[in-house]
Design a protein. Sequence first.
Length: 278
Amino acid sequence: MTDPHAYCQERAAASGSSFYYSFMFLPPERRQAITALYAFCREVDDVVDECHDIQIAQTKLDWWRRQIAEVFDGAPQHPVAQALQDVSTRFSLPREQLLEIIDGMQMDLQQTRYLDWKALNLYCYRVASVVGLLSAEIFGYTNRQTLKYAHDLGLAFQLTNIIRDVGEDARRGRIYLPIDEMQRFNVPAKQILDGEYSDRFRELMAFQAARARQLYAQAFAQLPAEDRKAQRPGLIMAAIYRTLLDEIEADGFQVLDRRTSLTPLRKIWIAGTTWFRG
């Protein structure tokens, strides 16, 4: 029988995600819980990214909804759901928020474009801010203002992901950049789908990067001093992601034909210095 937490650990380590580096310094119980949450996010995200038949993907997401129901009311089958059942009672993780993450993935099955920032904001909230709110529960807080920090930090992370993955997403037929902003900068969808660079495209991306930086600043301004130490994993993620954003911008937003990333060694260095700086 597969050990649920060992399965989640393998899932997280194999991804090489910045998320993984952000919780390597946590005490074992909290690290186990955040690893289970991350593994869940990976499982449902992979349903959308790796399943090319919409009907099958929909069936799989519905199956995951039933697994979350089992987490709270029964005996889940999947090792990730079993791990979540173990940690959800210890850290009071709300069922509604876990389901909302699946709702975010569902949006990827239903639409490939977003009219404006308001529409994109809802998507970012479901797939990233909700993860931030759940993470805050696991890391611990004493001041509810910390939840506003976690919400905005999630938005900033997802917008950074969107900037990094413009080309990769376009090859899947998706463009997350708001339509009204593409029109304002005179960047037609075809240009992005064809992977064509232009000064207008770089201006559009600079606009998105400025929004992400504003969200990071907004998040940090809302983190109460008394919760800063507990929330250090989020600050590690922010340090890694802001460095990534700086690299992308310094490279002239060459995101249509490549995927900018930081080396594992650099992520570990950023994680360590951020953790010990407090």
